[in-house]
Design a protein around this ligand. Structure first.
Ligand code: PLP
Length: 389
């Protein structure tokens, strides 16, 4: 028996475990501390009423012999949900056939599992800083990784370097952790770059619902040329508060490798995955109904307002930051060591954020705050941060 020793190359301690440990130690020494968490990227607002109603109805169906459902007919998801997702794209002016949509239990699994489809002898281009799943899942497969560096000079939005050759490109927009979002023109450069060397773009659109800027696409398929080179990962987690409910989907266009990629993904999923539960799929369908979109957007608007409060405060302090507009994340320049800044904010302001270095080498000197707390706690956190900066 031989283990996959590539696992030894992954960082041992997961970022949020280290944060939890430091927080635990601090609260043990300061039991009365009123801590405000702007750290982890998890939603806090309850599910939309029509989503809850759809879930209850689906549970009742499962309790009745006449409407009970077992395994879904195929791992791609029920037609009712794939049609609802296709209609959601159409409402945004993008044509995606229900056939091209593969429903899953979330974008994280899909972003990691898609690596099954590639030979290990591929070069992967990954932005730095980055959502750790792209990096770790490729390290697990022993692939060659090149980093595309993001920094203040490029506004944390890297442009393709035509001298660099690669086979697989991960892009995330609006971005976690930086909150930066590509414009149509910027995304077009990446699409042309990928098409010029037959590379594939794995585009993570988990935060598309936060986009309100006119020139920022919510889907890579809004941009010409993407259907020949891109796969798009989406999630109900941040769009509809499904972080605990679990549902996402991946779009694989028919044009990609003349349908071979879609067929391989379907084969992979039907072999290793038995579909998302009927109840979750009914809830997701409700989230994309007319009423559901309206109700979910009300929650997102609360988070967007929080983001604006944080961003405005940093602007008034003259602190460089990205995000906070089309994203629930605010990525601010803290100058020095980002773990030292974490400790300073924790001990002096009792506010928890996330050190940028946890997302990659280029994250050092930066710090991520999230907009997922309540408006009153966010405002209180901002007034405390202002006093210590
Ligand atoms: N992609 C990005 C960029 C994320 O930040 C997250 C969650 O934080 C996910 C994917 C995970 O999505 P899901 O909850 O659908 O697995």
């Amino acid at each position: 028996m031989k283990l996959n020793l590539n696992y030894d190359n992954i960082k041992k301690s997961y970022l949020f475990v280290e944060i939890a440990n430091r927080l635990k130690a601090y609260t043990a020494d300061n039991p009365g501390a009123d801590i405000i968490k702007l750290g982890i990227g998890d939603v806090t607002r309850p599910l939309a009423p029509c989503v809850v109603e759809a879930g209850m109805k689906a549970v009742a169906e499962m309790g009745d012999a006449k409407t009970f459902r077992g395994y879904s007919p195929d791992s791609k998801g029920y037609d009712f949900l794939r049609n609802a997702i296709s209609a959601y794209y159409k409402s945004n002016g993008v044509i995606v056939d229900a056939d091209e949509i593969h429903v899953s239990d979330g974008a994280k699994s899909d972003c990691g599992n898609i690596t099954d489809l590639f030979d290990s002898d591929n070069t992967v281009l990954i932005p730095d800083p980055v959502y750790p799943v792209y990096m770790d899942s490729n390290i697990m497969n022993g692939r060659n990784i090149i980093l595309s560096e993001c920094h203040e000079e490029n506004g944390f939005k890297p442009a393709p370097d035509k001298k660099v050759k690669c086979d697989i490109i991960y892009l995330c927009s609006p971005n976690n952790p930086t909150g930066a979002a590509f414009t149509r023109a910027e995304l077009k450069e990446w699409i042309d770059y990928a098409n010029s060397m037959n590379a594939i773009i794995l585009f993570d659109a988990a935060y598309e619902a936060f986009v309100t800027s006119e020139d920022v696409p919510r889907s890579i398929f809004e941009v010409e040329g993407a259907r020949r080179c891109a796969v798009e990962f989406c999630s109900f987690s941040k769009t509809a508060g499904f972080t605990g409910t679990r549902c996402g989907y991946t779009v694989v266009p028919k044009e990609l490798l003349d349908g071979k990629f879609a067929a391989m993904w379907e084969r992979r999923q039907s072999t290793k995955f038995n579909g998302t539960s009927y109840i979750q799929q009914r809830m997701a369908e409700a989230a994309y109904s007319k009423e559901g979109i309206k109700q979910c957007r009300e929650n997102i608007n609360v988070y967007k307002e929080n983001a604006k409060i944080i961003s405005d405060a940093l602007t008034s302090l003259g602190i460089y930051h990205t995000g906070g507009k089309d994203s629930p994340y605010i990525w601010l320049k803290c100058g020095g060591d980002s773990w030292e800044f974490f400790d300073k904010l924790l001990t002096k302001a009792n506010v928890v954020g996330t050190p940028g270095s946890g997302f990659g080498k280029c994250g050092e000197g930066f710090f991520r705050l999230t907009a997922f707390n309540t408006p009153s706690k966010t405002a209180e956190a901002v007034s405390r941060i202002k006093k210590v900066l």
